[in-house]
Design a protein around this ligand. Structure first.
Ligand SMILES: [Zn+2]
Ligand SMILES: [Zn+2]
Length: 367
C-alpha cells in the first residue's frame, strides 16, 4: 500500500508523492487521515519562516492538526491509548518523550526531545509524519483524543483553534463566571476565545477586528461576543472600551493579533487592577516601545504569554463541538492535491476555518 502525500520540498514548493505505508509495530497505529486543519503555522511553514527558525526542514509532509480513523493498531498501542479499529481521533502535534526535565515538570509542549507531526522530515521513520497525506503513522507517546459521536471530521479539526480558545481564556487567563473579557483579533483563535468565554459564563465579551473582518466579527457575535469593535472606526480602543463599560475596565484581555505591538499597550491600559492579560499573537520579534512598567506594578496585573494548546483545552473543545452548533464556522474543505490553495486561504476575510480533506475530490465552501 502507498499513501498519496503532499511533500514540501523547498520554500513555497509542494509536490505530490506516493510513499510506502510501513508495517505497523506493536506501539504504533496507522490512521487514515479524514481531515487536516489549517492555521497560520501552515502558512509560516509554506513560506519558509519555520524552516528559517529551525522548526521545520525539507522534504516534509506538512499538516499538524490531524483527524483520522484508526485502520491498524498494535497491541501495545491499543492498551496505551484505549483505542479500537475505526475510532475517529484527533492527534496532538507534539509527541512528548515523557522523561526529559520539562516533560517531568508537566511542560510537555516544551519537551526537549519532542517529535511534532507535520514538521518532521521524510527521513524520520516511515516519513508518514504529517496530515497532508492519506495515511499517517502514530508513534508511541502520541497524545490522542477520541472524537465524540456525531462530529464530522472537518468540524472535528476545529479542536485546534477551539482548544486554544478554551486554554487561553479559561486556563491561562483564569476567566471566572461573571467576568468581562476583551479579545483582541478575530481570526479563528479570536473567535474561539469568544466561544470559550461564553461557554464559561462570561458576563460581557468584546472582540476587535478590522472593516474587512465583517464575516468573522459577525460569527463572533453569533457564537459568543456581545460587542464587536471595528478598530478602523474606533481607533482609540481604550476610549471605546471606557464608553462600553461605563468608564470601567475589563477583567481579562487576550491578545491574538499577530505582528502589531500596540494591542499589548492597549491591553495593559484596559485591564482592571489585579486583572490578567494573555499574549498569544506573535509579534515577529518587534520590540515593545512606550510600555510604562509602572502600569503593570501599580495595577498589580499579570501579563502572561501562551503558546500552543493544553490537552485540557483540546478536551474542552471536542466536548463543545459535540453540541453540534458550530458547523457554520467551518468555511472551506479542500482536496489534498489543492493543499496550497488551502494554505493561501488562511488569513483571507472569508476563510473562518479551512481543512484539507484527503478523501475529497472537489473543494466545498460555505461562502
Ligand atoms: Zn495549527
Ligand atoms: Zn520530553
Amino acid at each position: 500500500v502507498r499513501s498519496t502525500a503532499v511533500v514540501q520540498v523547498a520554500e513555497r514548493q509542494l509536490e505530490i508523492h506516493e510513499i510506502p505505508v510501513p508495517v505497523i509495530k506493536p506501539g504504533e497505529a496507522l490512521i487514515k487521515i479524514e481531515a487536516a486543519g489549517i492555521c497560520g503555522s501552515d502558512h509560516d511553514q509554506f513560506n519558509g519562516n519555520l524552516a528559517r527558525a529551525g522548526w521545520s526542514t525539507y522534504p516534509v509532509i506538512p499538516g499538524h492538526e490531524p483527524v483520522g480513523r484508526v485502520v491498524e493498531i498494535g497491541e501495545a498501542a491499543r492498551r496505551a491509548w484505549g483505542l479500537a479499529l475505526d475510532d475517529l481521533i484527533a492527534v496532538e502535534s507534539v509527541v512528548p518523550c515523557q522523561t526529559c526535565p520539562n516533560c517531568v515538570r508537566g511542560l510537555r509542549k516544551f519537551c526537549a526531545n519532542r517529535f511534532s507531526y507535520g514538521f518532521m522530515p521524510l527521513s524520520d521513520g516511515s516519513g508518514l509524519n504529517g496530515a497532508f497525506s492519506e495515511y499517517m503513522v502514530l508513534r508511541p507517546n502520541s497524545v490522542v483524543h477520541r472524537v465524540p459521536e456525531g462530529i464530522s471530521p472537518e468540524i472535528a479539526t476545529m479542536y485546534n483553534p477551539l482548544g486554544a480558545g478554551f486554554d487561553w481564556t479559561i486556563e491561562r487567563a483564569g476567566m471566572m463566571p461573571g467576568d468581562s473579557v476583551l479579545i483582541l483579533g478575530c481570526g479563528q483563535r479570536g473567535i474561539a476565545c469568544a466561544i470559550a468565554a461564553r461557554s464559561a459564563g462570561a458576563e460581557r465579551v468584546f472582540i476587535t477586528g478590522l472593516g474587512q473582518d465583517k464575516i468573522k466579527l459577525d460569527l463572533a457575535l453569533k457564537f459568543g461576543a456581545d460587542e464587536a469593535i471595528n478598530i478602523e472606526e474606533s481607533p482609540d480602543l481604550v476610549e471605546r472600551l471606557r464608553d462600553l463599560t461605563g468608564g470601567g475596565f475589563v477583567d481579562r484581555v487576550i491578545d491574538t493579533t499577530p505582528g502589531a505591538v500596540a494591542p499589548v499597550l492597549q491591553a495593559v491600559e484596559i485591564v482592571r487592577p489585579g486583572g490578567i492579560v494573555v499574549l498569544a499573537g506573535l509579534k515577529g520579534e518587534a520590540k515593545l516601545e512606550g510600555l510604562a512598567a509602572d502600569r503593570i506594578i501599580l495595577k498589580a496585573i499579570d501579563v502572561r504569554g501562551v503558546v500552543s494548546v493544553s490537552s485540557w483545552g483540546y478536551q474542552r473543545a471536542l466536548s463543545r463541538l459535540a453540541a453540534g452548533d458550530l458547523a457554520e464556522l467551518h468555511s472551506h474543505s479542500i482536496p489534498l492535491v489543492d493543499a496550497q490553495r488551502a494554505i493561501e486561504l488562511i488569513g483571507t476575510p472569508e476563510a473562518t476555518h479551512v481543512a484539507v480533506m484527503p478523501g475529497a475530490s472537489t473543494a466545498t465552501g460555505t461562502r
